[in-house]
Design a protein around this ligand. Sequence first.
Ligand code: PLP
Length: 353
Amino acid sequence: MTTAAPPKRLFADRVYGIGTEAAFALGGLIAQVEAEGERVIRCNLGQPDFPLPQHIKDAVKRAIDDGLTTYCDPQGIPELRASVARSLSQKHGLDIDPSRVVIYPDGRPPIGFAHMAYSDADEEVIYPSPGYPLFESFIPLFRCIPVPAILREDDGCGLTREVLAPLLSDKTGLIFLNFPSNPTGGVATREQLKDLSELILEKTTSNVRVYSDESYEAITFDGDEHISIASMPGMEARTIIASGCSKTYPWTGGRVGWAVYPTRLEAQAARRLAINYFASIPLYNQWGAIEAIESPLSAPAIKEMVDAFQRRRDVVVSGLNAIAGVTRILRIPQRGRSAECHGRFRRVRQTPS
Ligand SMILES: Cc1ncc(COP(=O)(O)O)c(C=O)c1O
């Protein structure tokens, strides 16, 4: 007697494995609680509660009025790629050609594309934990092996050589890093990045890529400096630098982000995926992004937002420190770098507001 084959399932196998960002799921619940008259302070999404600055709004409106509402270069318009290349080269001391830049609907698609492009089935994908969920949630879709790099409070939630070293092997397909970090806010010091890059260059072959998610590059506190691992010797050729407009300008609804690839060949591969998935990013928003990057009005708007975030951070941290049993954080700035030392029963150093 033959047994009947199980009926075909609705979805392909891979769909049942894919995870997602729970932060969005909370949105409905929050709306429900608000509808009942409660006031909610939203901490579910990394969405700055500051408006898009006027000069960026004006640039978008001008572009729409000029009829810039069509398809355009799937890699991103040359003017925006040139702005991104120039500003990141200047900021990190790199030499980025615009042909290595791809413009995306902000920070999520380049994460998925990196999984798709760089890690074969059964290869290992290293990602920070705790970390932004998308680094991990794509892993089952591509049948790769998750290798969490546990961020320890004792290391200031930065990633150290000691933690990364045992995770690297000849099965490593892709390494995700995220500084400033979601959710910890940890910022890697220059020395940590130097250590990590030396380790990566020593222990992996030249085709292993580091995906450096720098979405929160503008949001650092206590005078911390954002440094890209791509600026460490030998790392520009190994690193994909990704960031965008969402958190910096603040413009989560604009959906304009970018990734800088180590080579033109890799940017071309990403361009092909972009054509297949979304064809191009709204032209008018790309002109808004150029204004955001180039205008001298952006820096003071960003400063006002980050200063407000720092004041709020200080209030929340001191409140947390007042709760018995909650671990406290002591920050000890040192000459030329900032070091963090975390320990129980210590007081956080307050920044004057
Ligand atoms: C670390 C990190 N990367 C990427 C993103 C994606 O955001 P967006 O697509 O708006 O750039 C987020 C969103 O919160 C994030 O926290």
